[in-house]
Ligand binder design. Sequence first.
Ligand code: NAP
Ligand code: FER
Length: 342
Amino acid sequence: MTPSMNQQILLNSRPIGEPKESDFALVETPIPEPGEGEVLNRTIYLSLDPYMRGRMSERSSYAAPLELGSVMVGGTVSQVMKSNHPQFSAGDFVLGYDGWQAYGISKGETLRKLRKLDPNPVPISYALGITGMPGMTAYFALLDIGQPQAGETVVVSAASGAVGSVAGQIALIKGLKVVGIAGSDAKCDYVVKELGFDICINRKTQDLSSALKAACPNGIDVYFDNTAGSILEAVLQHINKGARIPLVGLISQYNAENLPPGPNLMPLLIKRALIKGFLVGDYQHRHSEFVKDISMWLQEGYLKYKEDVVEKLENAPHAFIGLLQGKNFGKLIVQVSSDPTK
Ligand code: NAP
Ligand code: FER
């Protein structure tokens, strides 16, 4: 990268099925100047998240598609380089949404300070994961929609990931039996041995329905659904009367060109179960509740958190393609430049 130039990754073409490296384009552009009320940030960490696949396609969803040729969107942890906003000064660490680029311009209003005023002692990168959007998703989808009760059984898919790892650990704090589903033995070992889940099922090597039956002899009261598809189909065969299913993500179909035939939803009816869609953006007004609990649980050692850190912005497309294939192990972030807090 030429010093004094910005590096950006653009949406080059709309993926057909799995994204390819050629769907992204790396370009160098001059570092922009902040205007009135704006701040220039140097990206330290970029978050890579499954929802970005949806923004690359034309299919309409809860958010508008990205235009071809625009910078890929994404959450960022950055250091302020120049500020024309009264609330920010050069040197501040901020959480923003600058996307896949080495430098970004933000409107001050869209930034949140991470250090200086914020006494939170966790690494600044956690703001892209456990103390940020994925953690908040785990917290509200489980507690509000899942209504977990001590002694019940919860199943969590994508259990070692950014959302699932936090959802399962909060369920443990609340006194539930917690069964994870993950895509490798190494992930399952981590989920049980490090995170403390009771059991973890390898979705690639085990028959899901019989493994769930054995793991959940009292049936399933809450299914924290990160995937939909065949995992949901297997879980539905074992749900209890009054089960709750926060439908949080459908990663099994993010790369699908044609949607697979759906699962049999009849158990939802027979079991009077609730299945409810979830969008984390609906909970912004309750952000402080989440921060209070999650910071306390982190500080008291109740929660563990794993990051999968990829070096250099130019490696973001490869890492993102892998995220949709389950190759990440933990919350996937890109280290775009050095972290002065470490
Ligand atoms: P993550 O779990 O850290 O990474 C994605 C994981 O999904 C992969 O590692 C893989 O884990 C699993 N996966 C990938 N392809 C799959 C497939 N075909 N079938 C089943 N599992 C597959 O990602 P995350 O950020 O925590 O996101 C998890 C889910 O939450 C996603 O569906 C995301 O869209 C959703 N989400 C929703 C909201 C909301 O507001 N509704 C907010 C944040 C995230 P294994 O190989 O271990 O199974
Ligand atoms: C996701 C990340 C965020 C996702 C949804 C959101 C369904 C939330 C968006 C909103 O609140 O607007 O992976 O997948």
